[in-house]
Design a binder for this molecule. Structure first.
Ligand SMILES: Nc1ncnc2c1ncn2[C@@H]1O[C@H](COP(=O)(O)OP(=O)(O)O)[C@@H](O)[C@H]1O
Ligand SMILES: Cc1cn([C@H]2C[C@H](O)[C@@H](COP(=O)(O)OP(=O)(O)O)O2)c(=O)[nH]c1=O
Length: 203
């Protein structure tokens, strides 16, 4: 039996990480064997690449190659084996983030990203993607109160407007895979919307 692969997406400060943990608890209570992981990262090699990606300036092709190199290792070492043994994988970001950040945000060639996606994933896609959609101004206000910004979080508001538009294009291209959650408002309100959407999908 193959497990379920669920990814969480959104701009920085959208609330993904906050809600991923509660979804993991909910699915475990329902008897699922859950693996929580993230991108870039999830293996020792990919976490090393994450450090470089978040801290070192680099050109957009280098950035795209490192993101997909990290993803390849993560898929081979963690995601695919977990799915093959029937586990549920919850991943904080995946390839939609590459199309949104490197593609729409940085303006990097979408055709090259699509080729890398085919090579690295060999047809594998998430079963479900939860996109927390929050206006960039709201996300920026949350982050300003929360933590020191990394290389992506330092980008101006216009960058995150492009990233948001990039996510919207990915969702339009694959509407059956996406659940779009309005991430504005109190944490409890967002959690209730999310619970309702997951229930509607039998989760
Ligand atoms: N609904 C919400 N309202 C206000 N602040 C929130 C909400 N959800 C999350 N936060 C806070 O905003 C910050 C970013 O949330 P986080 O879950 O880390 O976002 P992401 O993983 O999408 O970058 C954290 O400090 C978190 O506590
Ligand atoms: C997965 C991925 C992440 N990123 C960026 C988006 C985020 O700003 C950053 C790290 O993601 P994230 O783990 O959400 O950051 P944090 O732990 O600070 O919430 O990496 C890309 O640019 N491309 C990608 O393919």
């Amino acid at each position: 039996m193959s497990g379920l692969f669920i990814t969480f997406e959104g701009i920085d400060g959208a609330g993904k990480s906050t809600h991923l943990a509660s979804v993991a608890d909910r699915l475990r209570r329902a008897g699922r064997d859950v693996v929580q992981t993230r991108e870039p990262g999830g293996t020792a090699l990919a976490e090393s690449l994450r450090e470089l990606l978040l801290q070192r300036p680099m050109d957009p092709l280098t950035e795209a190659l490192l993101v997909f190199a990290a993803r390849r290792d993560h898929l081979r070492e963690v995601i695919v084996p977990a799915l093959q043994s029937g586990r549920t994988v919850l991943c904080d970001r995946f390839t939609d983030a590459t199309f949104a950040y490197q593609g729409a945000g940085r303006g990097f060639d979408l055709g090259v990203l699509a080729q890398l996606e085919r090579w690295v994933q060999e047809g594998r896609q998430p079963d479900l993607t939860v996109w927390f959609r929050v206006p960039p101004e709201v996300a920026a206000r949350r982050l300003a109160e929360a933590r020191a910004p990394d290389r992506f979080e330092q980008q101006p508001l216009e960058f995150f407007q492009r990233v948001d538009a990039g996510y919207a294009r990915r969702a339009e291209a694959d509407p059956g895979r996406f659940v779009i959650i309005d991430g504005q408002g109190e944490r409890e309100e967002v959690a209730a919307r999310l619970a309702e959407a997951l229930e509607a999908r039998g989760l």
